[in-house]
Design a protein around this ligand. Structure first.
Ligand code: SF4
Ligand code: SF4
Ligand code: SF4
Length: 325
């Protein structure tokens, strides 16, 4: 079999998805066995011009991690789309917006104000902000334009496959490598993970118990064998795609939803609100009053940031309404 031409790119990313590829340890030799890497900013010194010089579709597979939050990332996403036969949204940021997309609860002006003026370490009385063009000694220096709205990769270009996870676990990366090596890729448009929810693969006992108190992780040491949600912890398993092997659950931590919504669910946050609504109650089966439900919901700290932690950009909400300024 001809060796694959493989590109890896990071956009609005923490770098964790690239490190996850390195975490395959000696299995990275399997990747080296099947592929020539033609772009990998984290590890190799290729330039954008090298990519521009390639013929269209010269790259077999591009693993694109990170969301799209500025003009450079959008330009490279479009360039790599032109040059790649198969585009893979790799990791939760590329698939759903991920952590960077929490910025969609605000906008560029507020983010710049916080980052360049309000943050305690700043000394910026002149209110200097990044500019897309700055003239210095007769030369023009450019910076990418920072967008108000973080986008998923598929909101910018067509994407063939989605590999979720923050970052994708090593086993899942090896599944992708195996599928590439042996031409076993699923139908275009597929998410390479389970079709079911995380609850379906979770080993904890579910007893159909109602909850009337919600705990944060530091307030309780949950019993290791019982469902965390039924112990009052916000566990996003009912609204999250399986396939991670219940990594957080196994260390007694609730799921935060990094695998995104399961198949058939359009909005992970709305699904999670519905799951919580169905479990609220008291042991004697008496329904809670609306007031009681309101008080219970008030115990959830930052519900929007909890239920849309990884998926705001790709959700039905997408972002907070932009203010006219
Ligand atoms: S998905 Fe997670 S690990 Fe990957 S770039 Fe985004 S924040 Fe980092
Ligand atoms: S809610 Fe969480 S702890 Fe409970 S079964 Fe689902 S994944 Fe497991
Ligand atoms: S348990 Fe949830 S948050 Fe943790 S790795 Fe799995 S999908 Fe992601």
């Amino acid at each position: 079999m001809a060796r694959l031409k493989l590109a890896l790119y990071w956009a609005a990313s923490c770098g964790g998805c690239d490190v996850a590829v390195l975490d395959t340890n000696e299995k990275i030799l399997d990747i080296a066995e099947i592929a020539d890497i033609v772009l990998w900013p984290l590890a190799l010194d290729f330039k954008y011009d090298h990519v521009r010089a390639m013929e269209d579709k010269a790259i077999d597979v591009c693993l694109f991690n990170g969301a799209v939050r500025n003009s450079e990332q959008e330009m490279i996403a479009r360039l790599l789309r032109d040059k790649s036969k198969t585009m893979v949204a790799f990791g939760s940021c590329a698939c759903f917006g991920g952590i960077p997309a929490l910025g969609n609860f605000t906008d560029r002006a507020e983010i710049f104000e916080r980052a360049y003026v309000e943050a305690p370490s700043n000394d910026n009385l002149g209110r200097t902000f990044p500019q897309t063009a700055t003239h210095v000694n007769g030369n023009e220096l450019e910076l990418p334009e920072f967008y108000d709205t973080v986008l998923t990769l598929a909101q910018v270009v067509d994407v063939e496959y989605f590999v979720p996870g923050c970052p994708p676990p090593v086993d899942l990366i090896l599944t992708v490598v195996d599928a590439l090596a042996n031409n076993k890729l699923p139908l275009v448009g597929s998410t390479i993970a389970s079709e079911k929810t995380l609850c379906d693969e979770c080993p904890r006992k579910k007893e159909d118990k109602k909850i009337d108190k919600i705990y944060r992780s530091h307030e309780i040491i949950p019993a290791p064998e019982r469902c965390l949600l039924e112990q009052g912890m916000i566990c996003c398993g009912p609204a999250t795609r399986g396939g991670c092997g219940a990594l957080c659950i196994k260390v007694n931590m609730p799921c935060r939803g990094c695998f995104g919504p399961p198949a058939g669910v359009m909005d992970q946050g709305a699904k999670m609100v519905s799951a919580i609504a169905s479990i609220l109650g008291v042991e004697n089966e008496k329904d809670l009053s609306e007031d009681d439900v309101g008080k219970l919901m008030d115990q959830i700290v930052d519900p929007a940031g909890t239920f849309y932690r990884f998926g705001l950009a790709g959700s039905l909400l997408k972002r907070k309404r932009l203010q006219q300024r």
